[in-house]
Design a protein around this ligand. Sequence first.
Ligand SMILES: Cc1ncc(C[n+]2csc(CCOP(=O)(O)OP(=O)(O)O)c2C)c(N)n1
Ligand SMILES: [Mg+2]
Length: 599
Amino acid sequence: MMGADILVACLEREGVDTIFAYPGGASMEFHQALTRSKKIRTILPRHEQGGAFAAEGYARATGKAGVCMATSGPGATNLVTGIADAYMDSIPLVAITGQVPQHMIGKGGFQETDFFGLTLPIVKHSYLITDVNEIPRVIKEAFYIAQTGRAGPVVVDVPKNIQQTMTQPVFPKEVQIRGYNPAPKAGDLELNEIIGLIEKCERPVLYCGGGIISGNASEELRKLAEATKIPVTTTIMGCGAFPETDLLSLRWLGMHGTAYANWAVSGEFQHRQKVTDAMVKIKDGADLLLAFGVRFDDRVTGKVEKFCETGTIVHIDIDSSEHNKNRKVHLAIQSDIKYALARLNEMIKKRPIQKKFTRWHQQIAEWKTKAPLSYRVTDEVLKSQHMKDHMGGQADEVILPQMVIEMLYELTRGEAILTTGVGQHQMWAGQYYKFKFPRQFLTSAGLGAMGYGYPAALGAKVACPDKQVIDIDGDGSFLMNIQELATAHIEKIAAKAIILNNQHLGMVVQWEDRFYAGNRGHTYLGDPENMKQIYPDYVAMAKSFNVPGERVMFRHDLRAALQRMLDSNEPYVLDVITPYTEHVIPFIPAGKTVADMIY
Ligand SMILES: Cc1ncc(C[n+]2csc(CCOP(=O)(O)OP(=O)(O)O)c2C)c(N)n1
Ligand SMILES: [Mg+2]
């Protein structure tokens, strides 16, 4: 067999059913081989970044590695953002790239880029294949590494001459990698310590992250919370790991998380005007924080020393390099989270927790009543250019972005899979849709990559054709990968997009308003010569891709328009015009504390 056919046969053996691949000189041999595969659907994205994000969307929706492919040089470099995104959020991704022939490597040949070198800091592992006989082992290892332990991206770079070399392949049945233990297990002694801490504490909180989802441990988490009655907050990556409709749920925490989740973890303080003012505590936060499958990201902790300052912290993670990295903890346990939670549940079943935490539950209920997520038509909205230019001053017709998400939640009964771009719309999507199941909220969290939403929705829809998959996007973010509407139409992938179109880079505007006296530094996306026009015209663009779409400006049109979008069995763009003056709250400014929270 030829190298390229061997690689495709390897992918088939890994159970790959879909690959997002864009061809070029150094990878067309692979594409020729892909045309001969009866098992693999090759989807041609319209930009390699779209292909990488789509593969990630597929991976996030299924837990299986997503696969993308590009040619050498510019094709490969266009994958970089997707690879970095998968690295930051621990998503299994196998990125295969063509490389110039071996005898040209290092000579600066046409479309040569040292992709192995270029991606070193953003991969879990990588390979440059130098012998055709290595292909079967390398591909087997690539999938094994991407999908086991703490998942992540693996790059496989294949010089063109190797793709064209003939050999008799030997396909290994399994792989063993020296020094790599993908499933470490917590010891009973350590787990017993956790039970002891639960028995002793008064105000416990479970702080759970993407690790619960990638470790398929949601069921175990639910059982633990039920058995112990410990309230649960998740990170954005952990949305859906625990049903947000459950009474024990505190929703997500951090910079734009709920006030009550942040208070439950770090305590309630008098709001201070300046960071130099003293922090005056009103109510205590958690005295025990069970941090499971999280990495103490700064968007969660704010000023890290003040995060759960007075609590005992237990950190279970599969990757010991996360222990004591951002936050020193009291008990660090390296373990596969599903194993650890299942074992904890067994132990608790034998020896049930006596504590009821009644006072703590009362306190949390009080906090929930004091500061629920809420929004209203503010003075800023009423005085905005949007009201004058588009609404004719009718305040009751303005559509706030939060309303759109709330209505979508209602119309989809909370069952849709959402993807997002990055910005205010992303935060509102997380706040106003309540996630019930894992792999329901697919968002670029760690990297925060604009342009992620629509291609990720394509990948998720390919993986879950029977689900509504809806990209909640910003006008800026959507424009970054708008070309993927062509992929959606041609490949008949009915992923929907709602653009919360505020004509601005809203999240940056919010920071300008708060920290730069509202001075606009290149954050307006419309046409300054004609501000009354909505620019660009996304519906017309969608039409040019043969994708149906509609624009909504007035509140009385919103419900029916959302329903038309949901009823469509094609890809669809719903362009919803919203004011840019809204701010996402709660808001703990970067590096600040819960005492600085605006809510
Ligand atoms: C690729 C990329 N470039 C720049 C940024 C910085 N950034 C973060 S949010 C944001 C604004 C996004 O605007 P839009 O997509 O319209 O969303 P909105 O905040 O208006 O809802 C920008 C520019 C980013 N996150 N990603
Ligand atoms: Mg915007």
